[in-house]
Design a protein around this ligand. Structure first.
Ligand SMILES: CC(=O)CC(=O)SCCNC(=O)CCNC(=O)[C@H](O)C(C)(C)COP(=O)(O)OP(=O)(O)OC[C@H]1O[C@@H](n2cnc3c(N)ncnc32)[C@H](O)[C@@H]1OP(=O)(O)O
Ligand SMILES: NC(=O)C1=CN([C@@H]2O[C@H](COP(=O)(O)OP(=O)(O)OC[C@H]3O[C@@H](n4cnc5c(N)ncnc54)[C@H](O)[C@@H]3O)[C@@H](O)[C@H]2O)C=CC1
Length: 280
């Protein structure tokens, strides 16, 4: 595989595009508005400069890496890509629309992957005529830093598709883990309910947001507190995951804390909106 299309230039799409470009792949980075594409590319540029300032990347490499990323709003630019990684919003209806469009645009051999946090790969695949080539390729935030990729097979995903995505993940320097489709896969089924619980503790006035995060950093050796992590992930994404877990398991332990929904309704999404549990 040489040419990758990343759909969505947001929190994850920009990071995923960076990972591929740094590893020598050509990347088409597509979003629905040019300003979102531009913002994604500027975040990548800033990250590369930060890496260079820390001696993690030769300054002279920045331009060649950026030149491998083509920003676009035109869906047709995915046409000659060997793999698509979709990182648009965590909404099944929108993902199915995207996959149906990609199925008509991309060459028959193209693998269509989704970076979904929790949604059914099998259901996304029903929007295409190539369910054997639809797979979950789940990067973690921030994608340039986190080593894990959960590779999630839908019921119809072929072994050939799985093997190709596993080999690609290793080529990116990542550590793939095989997951058979289940709500929330592995990490999110454990991690996001923890964030939700931290929000509940905060809502009940048990401790301040800062102290909840300090407690978990000092008491559980987490690198970042659960509320700051929720702000990093995006409270909209956290809420979407909790709603999927609750919908799929019908178990009240996955009920989203009302405060989380209130913040999302207020547009308090965390880092990406400038305010969540903390101000940015
Ligand atoms: C929701 C889903 O579907 C799945 C998910 O992603 S769940 C969330 C999973 N992610 C996590 O749990 C993140 C846990 N947090 C951490 O690991 C760390 O807090 C962190 C890596 C995010 C930041 O680390 P930190 O030590 O607090 O800050 P900092 O020193 O600035 O960053 C450490 C390194 O990461 C890099 N970095 C930090 N944030 C970055 C970003 N957004 N993009 C790129 N690089 C970043 C820094 O440049 C630095 O790199 P070097 O070590 O090469 O210098
Ligand atoms: N935020 C996180 O920590 C993680 C999120 N994910 C998953 O990755 C996906 C993206 O999440 P984020 O990057 O956080 O979201 P985000 O909200 O930061 O970015 C989503 C981007 O998709 C774009 N978009 C929406 N509809 C589109 C379409 N039809 N075509 C192209 N682009 C479109 C939006 O304009 C936006 O720029 C979601 O499925 C999420 O669950 C996976 C791992 C971690």
């Amino acid at each position: 595989m040489k040419k990758i299309c990343v759909i969505g230039a947001g929190t994850m799409g920009a990071g995923i595009a960076q990972v591929f470009a740094v590893n020598g792949y050509m990347v088409v980075l597509r979003d629905i508005e040019q300003e979102f594409v531009n913002k994604g590319i500027s975040i990548i540029s800033k990250n590369l400069s930060r890496m260079a300032s820390k001696g993690k990347l030769e300054e002279v490499m920045i331009q060649p890496i950026l030149s491998r990323i083509i920003g676009t709003t035109d869906p047709a630019d995915a046409q000659d890509c060997d793999l698509v990684v979709e990182a648009a919003v965590e909404n099944m209806k929108i993902k199915k629309q995207i996959f149906s469009e990609l199925d008509n645009i991309c060459k028959p051999s193209t693998i269509l992957a989704t970076n979904t946090s929790s949604l059914s790969i099998a259901e996304v695949a029903t929007a295409t005529k190539r369910p054997d080539k639809v797979i979950g390729m789940h990067f973690f935030n921030p994608a340039p830093v986190m080593a894990l990729i959960e590779i999630i097979k839908g019921v119809a995903t072929s072994d050939e598709t799985f093997d190709a995505v596993k080999a690609l993940s290793l080529d990116l320097g990542k550590q793939p883990v095989q997951v058979d489709e289940a709500p929330g896969f592995v990490v999110n089924r454990i991690l996001i309910p923890m964030i939700n619980e931290a929000a509940a503790i905060y809502a009940e006035g048990v401790a301040s947001a800062q102290d909840i995060d300090t407690a978990m950093k000092l008491g559980a050796n987490h690198p970042i507190g659960p509320l700051a992590l929720g702000d990093l992930v995006g409270l909209d994404v956290c809420l979407a995951i909790m709603d999927v877990l609750y919908e799929e398991f019908k178990d009240s332990k996955y009920r989203a804390t009302p405060l989380l929904r209130k913040y999302v309704r207020a547009g308090w999404l965390g880092r990406k909106s400038g305010k969540g549990f903390f101000d940015y």
